[in-house]
Write a protein that binds this ligand. Structure first.
Ligand code: WQD
Length: 347
């Protein structure tokens, strides 16, 4: 049985992924400093996994949790010395673009220094397989979508994007010079609600991302949505993004893992877009939500955010061919699942 380390695994967001990997008979180790989650999520994962195919006893044997911080090499040493790890899935730490502009050093330290510590310890323990959560933010904002993996990268507009861009480059060097085998998965805009209604995103504070914000307005917890700009060169002037469902995202990770395992070539370095081909504007998101909740969604137009670009969506051709997975869930489905999750949480 292969052993996976899931780093910066930020609680509920990746719960579904952890369950999927357990179902595929992996030994799963979660590593997190709990800054964004709490230990009860580990129990939830055990519960969901045990109630599916697995049974309690096997889940207890197959899932381990280490509380630790990537900035402390000793925390990583402990995990690697107590386990033989085959592959690391290096998930994103905080993903708030706006916050990264306010706290750039925190982002560099967590993301870049954390990744350096991780890869150093991996090298020492001869574990060289890594799947990294990269991002659409690595693409040069002057480029026109749909972005392919060959589209120019760099000139990032914010520290979050810069850390992703730097980490991709570090991993490319490690693939070339230190025999690391790397897959960078470039996420477009993930929507975190699972179809079961059990797992989803409902932050306690004001959400940074569009859909969680829309959901809070729909649920009456916030009074109105601010639409950041309606004078972009897009279908209706509002920002266009490529929204992907967490269930598809989890499948892509599993496929990436299988690709890494089945591809026996020594050298492996891939950048892969995870998206749908489809761009959806903020106004379209509002309309879809109104259809689903059966009510109007209060909103007003305000100024643009300084780091935003007009339009970001991708060609996921490579993901479809190399990873054999094409997004199955539409943006409407993602909104529907988010609403379902919020309602179940309230009941
Ligand atoms: C989406 C659109 C906003 C909030 C995300 C992630 C980041 C990375 C890239 C993967 C934009 C508009 C938003 C609101 C609005 N992905 N908006 N009112 O900036 O595309 O970044 O994708 O790792 O992690 O954060 O996402 O959800 O903030 O914005 O009008 O209250 O919605 O201007 O056009 P963004 P977002």
């Amino acid at each position: 049985m292969k052993t996976l380390l899931l780093t910066w695994w930020t609680g509920y967001i990746w719960s579904h992924n952890a369950v999927l990997l357990l179902e595929q008979w992996y030994q799963v180790i979660l590593f997190d400093n709990l800054s964004n989650s709490d230990k009860s999520t580990v129990e939830n994962i055990k519960e969901i996994a045990a109630s599916s195919l697995l049974g309690k006893e096997r889940v207890e044997r197959s899932l381990k949790f280490y509380e630790g911080d990537l900035r402390n090499t000793s925390d990583l040493e402990k995990v690697f010395s107590e386990n033989t790890i085959d592959t690391v899935i290096h998930f994103a730490w905080a993903k708030a673009v706006g916050e990264s502009c306010e706290k750039p050093f925190e982002y560099y330290e967590n993301n870049v220094v954390g990744t350096l510590n991780l890869t150093k310890v991996m090298e020492k323990h001869n574990c060289k397989n890594i799947i990294f959560s990269s991002s659409a933010t690595v693409y040069d904002p002057s480029q026109t979508p749909p972005f392919s993996e060959e589209t120019k990268t760099g000139n990032t507009t914010n520290p979050y994007g810069t850390t992703k861009f730097l980490i991709e480059n570090i991993l490319r060097d490690l693939a070339t010079h230190a025999d690391f085998r790397v897959i960078n998965l470039r996420y477009f805009n993930p929507v975190w609600a699972h179809e079961s209604g059990l797992i989803g995103e409902d932050p306690n504070d004001i959400p940074n991302n569009l859909l969680p914000f829309i959901m809070k307005v729909a649920a009456g917890e916030l009074t109105e949505l601010s639409v950041f700009g309606n004078d972009y060169d897009t279908v209706d002037g509002t920002g266009v993004r490529d929204y992907i469902h967490v269930v598809d995202l989890a499948q892509w990770h599993l496929s990436a893992l299988k690709h890494l395992e089945s591809n026996t070539t020594h050298l492996l370095y891939e950048n892969i877009n995870l998206g749908t081909w489809a761009g959806t504007s903020v106004m379209e998101m509002i309309t879809f939500t109104e259809e689903i909740i059966g009510a109007s969604l209060p909103h007003k137009i305000v100024a643009r955010r300084p780091w935003d670009i007009a339009s970001a969506y991708c060609s996921p051709d490579k993901a479809e061919k190399l990873l054999w997975w094409k997004a199955e869930k539409s943006v409407k489905q993602a909104i529907d699942d988010s609403w379902n999750f919020i309602q179940q949480k309230k009941s």
